[in-house]
Design a protein around this ligand. Sequence first.
Ligand code: 1GP
Length: 254
Amino acid sequence: MKTFDYLLAVREQKGAGFLLLLDPDKLAEEDLSLVVSHAQEAGVDAFLVGSSLMTRDNFENTLQEIKRTAKIPVIIFPGSLFQISGQADAILFLSVLASRNIDLIVGNHIHAAPLIRQHELETIPTAYLLVESGKMTSAHFMSDSFPIPREKPEIAAAYSLAAEMFGMKMVYLEAGSGALSSVPKEMVHKVAGSVKVPVTVGGGIRNPEVAHELASSGASFVVTGNFFEENGNSGMLKEFARAIHFKKTEGVIV
Ligand code: 1GP
């Protein structure tokens, strides 16, 4: 099954999917197999792998380690052109639609496309929309994007509609890793009600109640990263999974 079809099946069966971001710049390679097995047992549906800024040359090794243990899809969430690898199952083919840097809207993609094809990597064309979140995050800074004002869901919805009209398959509403405030549920509701493509929401989600609220407001996928990088929080993975999987049904997705 293609990764995107798997994601849609997860959404259909569970209400929403739980994606765990693994940042190769922050995680020690020797810890990865434990992190991965613990996360999948707890109910994580897929892994995102990527970083706004990589300061270590360990992207390939990190992916290899994750793939060694992962039974669920491993999806590249690229922070730059250096984050392309044939070891993953798919890549979010991101366009930072509100960026002021043309290369991040469409530019780097020209360099990436032949390599992605060579690796036979599945692409998930995704509109990546930065949302104001209380402070400048690495994602905001690195992507040269004016964040969409929190109280302007109609702007996020208009961007999302344009993305859908361009044929993109996903909208990613991003508060930025470590954001003070996550994307407002009103904005998620407005965007999810405006487009048919799945809406992924991430950044600053630090408790299961917020994760649940975002999923029940229409987010198809909820992403967390930072919170589970902190020691002692991995015990909460199950609670997050339960909160995000608001539709309780049995069955296995293959
Ligand atoms: C990054 O939204 C994700 O795209 C994760 O954010 O690290 O704040 O959970 P956090």
